[in-house]
Design a protein around this ligand. Structure first.
Ligand SMILES: [Zn+2]
Length: 238
């Protein structure tokens, strides 16, 4: 028999009461499923308890492992588009919690509120069906038709007492920077077309190498910005 890892050896930060977080879920017939580990099944009501998919010998959340129920401190960190699930939810975490810079991993959590996708993307009949399904699966959990309204009712917590500055995600800024850099690069490439032919012919190999290096640098910078603009949920607790 393997004993669970000694919690005292790697003490995770402990938080009294509940810690508020935001995250995305995929809406399924049987409830709210995590978008990343879909096989883990829907979250339980009233409380979901974390299980480790890698090693059931340790108790989640374990340091050095990605297990635990994650949440972000600020709703702007919940990821890009619908790739991370179609609904945004407020969750309240409890028990052992590993605190990261922008999010946490917890031993247990409950769904506190859910907001369905924007009206334009959901037909009224489907919306009512989802609302009914959520009311059956998660009794007492308010379902909002607008994310903004949900966030007004469930604003981010002040965690300064824990030494954590809760602030909006920088991902949007990285997204804009990536777009501007991409546009700038494309314009530079297009401008080659208007360079007179004699000038192009006159460029020596060293200069071409410089151009090539510039191109590689541009691609690398773009890749870096894009990766910053869409952080993976698993990277939340660091
Ligand atoms: Zn684990």
């Amino acid at each position: 028999m393997t004993l669970p890892a000694d919690p005292a050896a790697e003490p995770p930060a402990l938080v009294p009461g509940e810690l508020r977080g935001y995250r995305r879920f995929r809406l399924a017939e049987d409830g709210l499923r995590p978008p990343v580990h879909v096989a883990a099944g829907p979250w339980d009501w009233p409380v979901e308890r974390a299980r480790c998919a890698v090693d059931d010998a340790h108790v989640p959340p374990a340091r050095g492992c990605g297990c635990g129920l994650y949440g972000w401190y600020h709703p702007t960190s919940t990821g890009l588009g619908t790739g991370w699930g179609d609904v945004t939810a407020v969750v309240a975490a409890r028990g052992r919690i590993v605190l990261g810079d922008s999010g946490f991993r917890a031993a247990a959590a409950r769904v506190q509120a859910v907001s369905l996708p924007h009206r334009a993307r959901l037909a009224p009949r489907r919306r009512r069906r989802w609302e009914r399904l959520l009311a059956e699966r998660y009794p007492g959990v308010p379902v909002y038709r607008s994310r903004r309204r949900m966030l007004r009712r469930h604003p981010p917590q002040d965690l300064s007492a824990l030494g954590i500055a809760v602030r909006p995600s920088a991902a949007a800024r990285y997204r804009w920077a990536a777009l501007l850099l991409w546009l700038g690069g494309v314009l530079a490439l297009c401008s080659v077309a208007v360079v007179p032919r004699p000038v192009l012919v006159g460029i020596d190999s060293a200069q071409w190498l410089g151009v090539l290096a510039g191109f590689v640098l541009w691609q690398a910078a773009l890749g870096w910005l894009v990766s910053r603009a869409s952080p993976l949920p698993g990277q939340a607790p660091r």
